[in-house]
Write a protein that binds this ligand. Structure first.
Ligand code: DX5
Ligand code: ZN
Length: 217
């Protein structure tokens, strides 16, 4: 699956920008609050408008403090998937359950320096695990290959226990990096600058997907 990130799109033309990515599986929406990360993007009103402007399922990535308070409304609004950060809460299971109860898939994200081990036993509470391959906050950063060790560990766990967990990666994914991520076992690839910086975003989506499929084998 390919999830173009609208962080690299034109925020004044989000309806057209969502239509420009053709066969994208999900549209990745980066919500930043200038507290959990040093950047500020968009929030619930923009997501509500975007839901009316596109049929592509919205993959909302909340880089915010206090997800227990702020995450469920994105699910109630109609987001397909609502992902929050493990580092932002003491009770990720409760937040995940609230998101599911509000009607969305629940996602857990971990920053590059966050260990996977404390979360291995709660993965059944989530539909996606979003592994950050850059420090969250900005698009256009370089891929951190060291996070692939966590991807391999998650892949092994998911396969061994037959979990229904989508392994997603976010940050620095492009034609040069997507194959190593696919080989490590990623299912869903977020790509911002590699899609919206391309001459034809829809073609970029197709090319990235073809590379990932070939590398995953
Ligand atoms: C970064 C965001 C990413 C960002 C990725 O904090 O979570 O989704 O848009 O952008 P690229 O693909 O350019 O690294
Ligand atoms: Zn993101």
């Amino acid at each position: 699956m390919i999830a173009p990130s609208i962080l690299s799109a034109d925020f004044a033309n989000l309806a057209a920008e969502s239509a420009a990515v053709g066969s994208a599986d999900w549209l990745h929406v980066d919500v930043m609050d200038a507290h959990f990360v040093p950047n500020l993007t968009l929030g619930l009103p923009v997501v509500q408008s975007l839901l009316k402007a596109t049929d592509i399922p919205l993959d909302c990535h909340l880089m915010i403090e206090d997800p227990a308070r702020w995450a469920p409304p994105y699910a109630e609004a109609g987001a397909h998937n609502v992902t929050f950060h493990a580092e932002a809460t003491d009770d990720p299971v409760a937040v995940g359950r609230d998101i599911r109860a509000a009607g969305a898939k629940a996602g857990l994200s971990i920053k590059p320096g966050t260990a996977l081990d404390p979360y291995l036993d709660i993965l059944s509470e989530f539909d996606t695990l979003l592994v950050m391959s850059v420090e969250p906050g900005f698009g256009g950063q370089s891929f951190m290959p060291e996070v692939l060790a966590k991807v391999r560990a998650i892949r092994a766990r998911v396969d061994a226990h037959d979990l229904r967990l989508i392994v997603e990666i976010d940050g620095g994914i492009n034609a040069d990096t997507i194959e190593q991520a696919a080989e490590a076992g990623v299912d869903c690839f977020v790509a911002g600058s590699a899609v919206y910086g391309a001459a034809d975003p829809a073609v970029a989506v197709e090319q990235l997907r073809a590379q990932a499929v070939a590398a995953r084998g």
